[in-house]
Each structure stands twice: as structure tokens, then as C-alpha cells.
Design a protein around this ligand. Structure first.
Ligand code: ADP
Length: 161
């Protein structure tokens, strides 16, 4: 079975990596889909986010990364995904996730599977990482070590594409 794990990943965190590692044991293949929504601006370009993910997933043979600006249901169909995968941090994630799951089922005919995040990452988000890095606070323990320098560089550079 092939799962597609969509998100902004701006930047990817240890919480995302934990979900991907666990999903890679449950599914034959995990396709990580880095998405950009046209109305949002991102600190990291789509290519930068894809590149960071590729590096941190290099040790997981059944995970691969795609980047797209289109509709998730279309990307899922193109990639031959059987299910969508999302991570749940706490109950406050649920209302929006349920809405998105219902919409994707309606328009794409595809179900969403949820993995509950590991407790050590439940308070971690990409926006917290960005805020810390902007103020040059330490981000070790929040993101994989191999992308720490990219994150500081982007935060000091300012808004990306
Ligand atoms: P989006 O902007 O689509 O919410 P994110 O990159 O923030 O994209 O998140 C992608 C997925 O990872 C979502 O399912 C989100 O709930 C999940 N996620 C975010 N942070 C964590 C975390 N710390 N632990 C586990 N899952 C997380």
C-alpha cells in the first residue's frame, strides 16, 4: 500500500520525520508531498523544502519526495497513492483535519489515515522552529541536524518564494 504524506514542511521537523519513519514501517511506500498554496508565502522555496526532505529521508529506502503547487487530490492520483497520511498533535488539530479529510474523500475518493504524533513532538511546529531560528535561538532537538544551517540561513535571509 502506498501512502502520500502532504504538508508545507517549512521547515521539516523531527515531528514530521517521526511520522514518516513510523509510516515507512506500516506502508510499502511513503510519498512525502511538499505543497505550496498560491495564497501563502513561505520562508523556504518549494525546491529548498524538497531538498531538505530528500536529505533527511536518505536513510529510508521506501520514502521519496515530490513537490507540487497543485491540488492534493490530483497529486495523490498521479502518484498512485492509496491513502493520504496526516499527523495529529492534539485535539486542536482535529476540526481542520476532519474537514480536509472529508473534502479529499469527496473530490478525490481517497481516505485519510491519521498517525498520532509521539509525545515528545506534540508541542513542536514549523512556525516555532522559524521563530526560534529568526532570533538565533538553538533549534537542535527540533529539526534533524543536517538541515540546521539551511534553516538559520533562510531565517536570516528573510522571506522565500
Ligand atoms: P500543513 O501546513 O499542511 O499543516 P505541516 O508541514 O505543518 O503542513 O504539517 C504536515 C503534517 O505533519 C500535518 O499532518 C501535521 O499535522 C503534521 N505535523 C506537524 N507538526 C508535527 C509534529 N510535531 N509531530 C507530528 N506531526 C506533525
Amino acid at each position: 500500500m502506498r501512502a502520500i504524506y502532504p504538508g508545507s514542511f517549512s521547515p521539516p521537523t523531527l515531528g514530521h520525520l517521526d511520522i514518516i519513519r513510523r509510516a515507512a514501517k506500516l506502508f510499502d511506500e511513503v510519498v512525502v508531498a511538499v505543497l505550496s498554496q498560491p495564497e501563502k508565502s513561505y520562508l523556504f522555496s518549494l525546491d529548498e523544502r524538497k531538498d531538505m526532505l530528500k536529505r533527511i529521508l536518505s536513510g529510508i529506502p521506501n520514502a521519496r519526495v515530490v513537490a507540487d503547487t497543485g491540488l492534493l487530490a490530483d497529486v495523490a492520483r498521479r502518484e498512485g497513492a492509496d491513502v493520504l497520511l496526516r499527523g495529529i498533535r492534539d485535539a486542536s488539530d482535529l476540526p481542520l483535519e476532519m474537514q480536509m479529510a472529508a473534502a479529499n474523500r469527496q473530490i478525490g475518493g481517497v481516505d485519510t489515515v491519521f498517525l498520532v504524533c509521539s509525545p515528545e513532538y506534540s508541542l513542536l511546529s514549523s512556525s516555532i522552529v522559524r521563530d526560534c531560528a529568526r532570533h538565533r535561538a538553538p533549534i537542535n532537538g527540533m529539526v534533524p541536524p543536517e538541515i540546521v544551517n539551511d534553516i538559520y540561513a533562510a531565517c536570516l535571509r528573510g522571506v522565500g518564494l
